[in-house]
Design a protein around this ligand. Structure first.
Ligand SMILES: C[S@@+](CC[C@H](N)C(=O)[O-])C[C@H]1O[C@@H](n2cnc3c(N)ncnc32)[C@H](O)[C@@H]1O
Length: 293
């Protein structure tokens, strides 16, 4: 648990963020087109983190905002939000979601820029020193995302994987090999940290992945990367993707995740379906923060 931040005492090590399936968390709150995005953050994760680390009126930033989950949950909670997203079609989906949220009575203001967040410190230079929270999630391998239609719901046909790729452009970090992704994400974290106000935090959600069957400690790699870019880990939580009911977990893993897990076990790899994301909380490394001012 994070003992450095006054609001973080409200956070437990395990966060019950999967009580409702993702589809139900979004229903009526996000446009149906938003479901096209291959790797969205659970709205309950965004809302929990925003509540824990910010107050109404504060500024929340997501440098890789996808269809805008961080922004939407922030403005519904009366925080202001700023986002960046590389893919123009996701920017449009975020704008639609912001409009929809305002129609539903969201009171926060949102701003959005389409572009490469490796330049966020310059692009959002006017927000330097203003954000209470940066909340984001890197794209980690288009292969691991997507929506699956199985024989169960397409009338017995073969498995079809849809919406599982971002554009082919290499500026989208989803297309970089792991080292390129980490290097780009490190620059985005460092740039975003310049927008933090004193006491502000950077929160990253991330889960371990298998690359060619090999379990990769992506959270560990993100922690190392953040440290190299002037951030210190001050909190680590498990944000549940599964539900909690009657003392047990309600599995919400997709058909594809279950299939992959079963295949791995058939090959003798002791895989389990992943039921949580790591939520990593960072603050600028002491000394570096002072040096910046
Ligand atoms: C894991 S997704 C984030 C999803 C978001 N949290 C949501 O709930 O919609 C990562 C996003 O980063 C975007 N991205 C990739 N490279 C980028 C870059 N260089 N600058 C800004 N955004 C980028 C991708 O297009 C993708 O939408």
């Amino acid at each position: 648990m994070n003992h450095h931040h006054p609001l973080a005492s409200r956070m437990t090590s395990v966060l019950a963020t999967g009580q409702r399936p993702s589809r139900l968390q979004r229903r009526g709150r996000y446009t149906p087109e938003s479901m096209r995005h291959p790797g969205k953050m659970l709205p309950a994760i965004a809302a929990t983190v925003i509540n824990a680390f910010t107050h109404p009126g504060d500024l929340v930033i997501d440098p890789m905002c996808g269809i805008g989950t961080t922004l939407i949950e922030a403005i519904h909670l009366d925080r202001d939000a700023a986002g960046m997203e590389y893919e123009p079609h996701f920017v449009h989906l975020t704008l639609d979601n912001v409009r929809h949220a305002h129609h539903q009575g969201a009171t926060g203001r949102a701003q959005l820029i389409s572009g490469d967040a490796r330049n966020i410190a310059v692009v959002y230079g006017v927000l330097r020193g203003r954000a209470a929270l940066v909340l984001t999630s890197p794209p980690y391998g288009a292969r691991t995302h997507g929506h699956i239609r199985s024989g169960r719901d397409n009338g017995g046909g073969k498995v079809i994987k849809r919406h599982h790729r971002y554009s082919a452009d290499r500026g989208n970090l989803a297309h970089q090999p792991l080292t390129g992704l980490l290097e780009g994400f490190g620059r985005i974290l460092a740039g975003s940290a310049t927008l933090l106000r004193p006491g502000g935090v950077v929160a990253v959600t991330i889960r371990p992945i298998r690359i060619k069957g090999e379990l990769t400690d992506l959270p560990g790699r993100i922690i190392e990367t953040a440290q190299r870019h002037g951030l210190t880990l001050v909190g680590r939580h498990a944000a549940l993707l599964a539900g909690l009911r009657d003392g047990g977990l309600v599995n919400r893993a997709s058909f594809f995740q279950m299939l992959e897990t079963r295949r791995a076990r058939d090959r003798g790899i002791p895989a389990c379906a992943i039921a949580h994301e790591d939520l990593l909380v960072f603050q600028p490394t002491l000394g570096l923060e002072e040096a910046r001012r």
